[in-house]
Design a protein around this ligand. Structure first.
Ligand code: NAI
Ligand code: MG
Length: 326
């Protein structure tokens, strides 16, 4: 199985190195191949997603991605984040799964990933007005809704579809399509919730949620909130899936310039993303479970500073490797 590693920027490179080391410990035939992406690729070639990188990703069984973003490129026209948005679109990984578990919470954000506000037309008018636009085609909503219902069947059978249907036309389309899809899944219970209330409910009573089905931007924001409820960004992994291979597997967090280069990033989010890769991307559920158990054990024995401990990234990975061998 061929896996393309995209370390990217900041702590992205640190956590991808951790994942590569752990993956090599597993009894699987994995071919790991590293490619330039993000700010690192801009420096090399002026392009955050060079054609060789995209071609390698297309030919892979899975893509494991760290994070992108460099503060010194923040004002530039070409930005590392554009590479990420393009890669997701090119591979058409429309379903972003972001689990959050712990502290009485066990929910899954199913976020539409290749449409909506992040992919709409944007521009600047002569008078200086700048605009972003949000568009959804019915088919785009339908495929993500079906994914959410299918996944809910294997969980507690509850889908909460999040929108802003009291204001936005795209949200009214969203709600209508979800309503149309729902009868095909009579074993799943559907509720609708406005996104602002959903933010409140996540903070006040997150235990009520099973699957949260959301538009791209809403899901980006709400999944960070969900991560905050369950131990922070250092723990939150994600899977981005299309209809076939490869999926993209990446932590929810970014390049964390505030701690980059200090060797203290928590690689658990990246390792949980690697476990999601084993389960959803490579069809190796037993190894996924083994890795998840080792990640959990190491969180107790060698917590990093974001969790109140003092283990370094390498010490935490040592603990994961030893838990895998135990
Ligand atoms: P961030 O997620 O990088 O960091 C937010 C806070 O969480 C920081 O205090 C950071 O130190 C902490 N944190 C994040 N991951 C951690 C880990 N694994 N271990 C310990 N602490 C961790 O978000 P921020 O600061 O808003 O963005 C930084 C850069 O990352 C920006 O350039 C942004 O565009 C980019 N970004 C990239 C993403 C991606 O590649 N998927 C996602 C989010 C942001
Ligand atoms: Mg985000």
């Amino acid at each position: 199985m061929r896996i393309v590693l995209l370390p990217g920027d900041g702590i992205g490179a640190e956590v991808v190195a951790a994942a590569a080391r752990v993956l090599r410990e597993l009894p699987l035939e994995l071919e790991l191949e590293e490619r330039l992406f993000g700010g690192a690729a801009i420096r090399e070639s002026g392009n955050p997603l060079p054609p060789e990188t995209l071609a390698a990703c297309r030919g892979a069984d899975a893509v494991l991605l760290g994070a992108v973003g460099l503060p010194e490129l923040d004002r530039d026209e070409v930005r590392p984040e554009h590479g990420l948005i393009r890669l997701r679109g090119e591979l058409d990984v429309y379903a972003n799964l972001r689990p959050a578990r712990g502290h009485g919470v066990d929910l899954l954000v199913v976020r539409e990933l290749v449409g909506g506000l992040y992919y709409g037309e944007r521009g600047t008018r002569a008078d200086g007005t700048v605009f972003d636009t949000m568009e959804y085609r019915p088919a785009q909503v339908e495929r993500i809704a079906r994914r959410a219902f299918e996944i809910a069947r294997g969980r507690r059978g509850q889908v909460t579809s999040v929108d802003k249907a009291n204001i936005l036309a795209t949200s009214r389309l969203w709600r209508g399509v979800v309503e149309r899809v729902a009868p095909g899944y009579p074993d799943v219970e559907l509720a609708h919730m406005l996104v602002d209330n959903c933010g409140l409910q996540l903070v006040l009573a997150p235990g009520q949620f099973d699957v949260l089905l959301t538009e791209n931007t809403f899901g980006d924001i709400l999944s960070d909130v969900a991560a905050g409820l369950t131990g922070g960004l250092g723990l939150a992994g994600s899977a981005s899936l299309g209809d076939g291979r490869p999926g993209i597997f990446e932590p929810v967090h970014g390049s964390a310039p505030d701690i980059a280069g200090r060797g203290i990033a928590n690689p658990a989010a990246m390792l949980r993303s690697a476990a999601l890769m084993l389960r959803h991307g490579l069809d190796e559920p037993a190894e996924a479970e083994r890795l998840e158990a080792a990640v959990d054990a190491a969180l107790l024995s060698a917590p990093t500073p974001d969790l109140g401990g003092n283990a370094t990234t390498v010490e935490y990975v040592d603990a994961v490797v030893s838990a895998l061998g135990a």
